[in-house]
Design a protein around this ligand. Sequence first.
Ligand SMILES: Nc1ncnc2c1ncn2[C@@H]1O[C@H](COP(=O)(O)OP(=O)(O)OP(=O)(O)O)[C@@H](O)[C@H]1O
Ligand SMILES: [Mg+2]
Length: 406
Amino acid sequence: MTHFTYRFEICQYNVNKFNLNIDSRLKFISLRSFKNITSYLMEITEEKVMMALSTVIDPDFKKDLVSLNMIKDVRIDGQHVYFTIELTTPACPLKDQLGNDSRSAVKEMVSDTAKIHINFTSRVTTLRDFRSDVLPGVKNIIAVASGKGGVGKSTVAVNLALSLMRSGAKVGLVDADIHGPSIPTMLGLKGLRPGLEKVGDKHKIIPLDYKGLKVMSIGFLVEADQAIAWRGPMVTSALRQFITDVLWGELDYVIIDMPPGTGDVQLTLAQIVPVTGAVTVTTPQEVALADARKAMSFFMMNGVDIPVLGVVENMSYFTPTELPNNKYYIFGKGGGRKMAEEYNVPFLGEVPLVQSIREGGDIGVPAVMDNDPIVTSAFDSVSRNVARNVTIKNAQVREQLVENKS
Ligand SMILES: Nc1ncnc2c1ncn2[C@@H]1O[C@H](COP(=O)(O)OP(=O)(O)OP(=O)(O)O)[C@@H](O)[C@H]1O
Ligand SMILES: [Mg+2]
């Protein structure tokens, strides 16, 4: 409104300056006012863009992008509108939707001739205190687990970590399978040893690097047959050491490949590591689902209390390389999704049984690095759902904390 008043005053000044008669004066004023109003209406301003964007709702948080502080750096240059949407994870599955909705809102509410340029950035959310002794600087810790062995935890953990990294996140991977570490083989890092760096009066371990992914496995520290014999306190101190004495740096996500089962090692890990959430991996067969239920109950158990981020169904269907559109549900269909419903947790996606996934694991080139579209799209979908549910969990816990305080 101030804008209109200002424009109207300029009109009046012009009328007085040219000393027009009363009729011409009125005509002049109404004509100029009309022109000014239309030009105001046509003009693209930062205020109008923000107003339009405040009608775009993020479906996960049920709030608009402006209230969520996701809109940054709005800039107008004639018909060109520039702004940044700051996502809560680079692996955000809603990125395209939020971009399209923002574009439509500005076109509909501000100007349909506007040329809109959206820049996406991200800032991964966290509930962690960076000064923590365990994994300081790590925003979110995700455990990948299952009740049963051999269902593909390590395969899912490795490809999930790499898919998150490819989306732009900073990621680390911990192979916590102390009695059967498989990550060194799966990443082609077998036989390598991590370096050491002196920090204060302590020596810290520098994780190995796989194309930007920081990796730590007990397999880098001892020969495989050595760790097999460890029991009880030996296991606890080894786990503690290779999780707490590692220089992880600042990371958005650390993925922990858990050993199979729900025994002492899992309990120790749950006690040492402040896990943000757990991903349960299962295959569709009833025997695997029964064990996956045990894993879910373990995380939900009193004293463990790790939020379950959801269920990944691995080996959901077989797809032969020569017939990529064919799906054969050889182990049964929909078991993982049903289990997720049963526990009221999200279903995070299906991963097909594909020969290249097994081969990739054996030769040390993980399937997502191979760029096979079927495999990458399956793992990218899983990783986006995992990242999304981490963000949702963080927001829920933060809201709860605020509520408890007030
Ligand atoms: N979707 C898949 N398609 C083809 N092969 C797969 C798939 N998922 C896993 N595999 C293969 O199945 C075997 C077991 O997988 P993986 O080692 O990931 O399971 P795990 O649950 O970690 O096992 P463990 O309980 O022993 O740690 C590996 O040879 C792996 O390459
Ligand atoms: Mg494994």
